[in-house]
Design a protein around this ligand. Structure first.
Ligand SMILES: [Mg+2]
Length: 373
């Protein structure tokens, strides 16, 4: 019956090897990342795992456990309202699906429709950087087998943003390039963040299209639908976004109103993986592209990988957060080594979905105490 026996969140602090400066929060320096690893156990001995940014152990104990313990782990539609009302703890849905897949003895992508087994991955950067270190990274990614990379635009002047792109194109002309402006959220930062208006977005989109960039991500504020629609109508480059949107009704707005060509929900930030399957269906019906955000950890990434391998999306790319030496696979995917499996590319730049039941991610629970916050 998959009756839930316990659900516990572990607040963790994972140190970065090198100071990390996210492009979207100018002036901010991070030395570690706060995450929560959630563990769900069933009475019949199955275990499911999920991960999210931030510390949520108390909210899980107070606002989730009383409603889930004793209930079937497979009742994902019933539990969705609990996750919503606990302040958006949608990531816990990953653990329920991990259990469902294990109980069925099947990897989730097969359970959900089994469309493909591999997907091309792009290396996704987080720092703004300089033209010379973006060029070095581009050459490194290409040598490692990546066929695509995403850079950040966050300079005051458009000329300085374009210089980053031109350096990357010169260093690795064959790479497919995506550009993320991170304008949809306005997170607090020590320095003011460059804020784009319609004209800046339009000028940038046209310059990127002329340089054969695949998509421009989050060029305007999250709810500036009028200008996002106008931008799509006046440019030919794909306009992407959605990681900052929450709950199904917002994705209905994005799809119905034609806000983005590419819809990018996140299975930890936007809604649970169950609900993202509905967004994928909505995108398919409206002929929008569905290319999810990265999921925040190796567990979220695995959920995304199973999801994208279960649907027919002709433009699919898997976002792999990877920018050595700051955002390494160990800190981003493996939580310092707690997760012992890793999603990685083959020589063609593709990631193969795991065949193990559930999410297919192994967890070393004995390593949790080392990172307890
Ligand atoms: Mg983004």
């Amino acid at each position: 019956m998959l009756k839930i026996a316990s659900i516990v969140g572990h607040n963790l602090e994972i140190p970065y090897d090198v100071e990390y400066r996210p492009a979207w929060q100018p002036g901010l320096v991070r030395k570690s990342r706060d995450v929560t690893l959630a563990i769900v156990r069933t009475e019949d001995g199955l275990t499911g795992y999920a991960c999210n940014d931030g510390h949520h152990a108390r909210a899980i104990e107070r606002s989730v456990a009383p409603y889930l313990v004793g209930q079937p782990a497979s009742a994902t539609e019933r539990h969705a309202r609990t996750f919503r009302n606990a302040g958006g703890l949608w990531f816990l849905d990953q653990a329920l699906w991990d259990i469902i897949g294990k109980a069925a003895g099947m990897p989730l992508y097969r359970l959900w429709g089994g469309y493909r087994t591999t997907v091309p991955a792009y290396a996704s950067t987080s720092e703004l950087g300089t033209p010379s270190n973006r060029a070095e990274l581009a050459a490194r990614y290409r040598d490692e087998g990546f066929r695509a990379m995403k850079i950040r635009f966050h300079n005051e002047r458009i000329e300085d943003d374009l210089a980053l792109l031109d350096a990357v194109k010169e260093a690795a002309p064959d790479l497919t390039i995506m550009v993320d402006a991170n304008q949809a959220t306005n997170l607090p930062s020590p320095n003011l963040t460059p804020s784009w208006d319609y004209r800046r977005a339009l000028d940038t989109a046209r310059e990127l299209h002329a340089r054969n960039v695949l998509w421009l991500e989050e060029p305007l504020a999250r709810y500036d639908f009028e200008n996002l629609v106008r931008l799509r109508e006046h440019t030919d480059i794909y306009i992407a976004g959605g990681e900052s949107n929450r709950q199904l009704h917002e994705f209905r707005w994005l799809v119905e109103r034609g806000v983005y060509d590419i819809i990018q929900p996140d299975c930890s930030l936007s809604e649970g993986i169950s609900q993202l399957r509905k967004v994928a269906a909505m995108a398919e019906l409206f002929k929008r592209h569905f290319i999810p955000h990265h999921g925040l950890s190796g567990l979220g990434l695995a959920a995304v990988l199973h999801l994208v391998c279960s649907i027919n999306e002709p433009l699919m790319w898997l976002e792999m957060m990877y920018e050595p030496p700051t955002r390494t696979l160990e800190t981003y995917q493996q939580l310092g080594g707690i997760l012992t499996t890793l999603a990685w590319i083959d020589k063609n730049g593709n990631v193969t979905v795991p065949e193990a039941p559930g999410l297919g991610v192994e967890v070393d629970e004995s390593a949790i105490a080392h990172f307890a916050a």
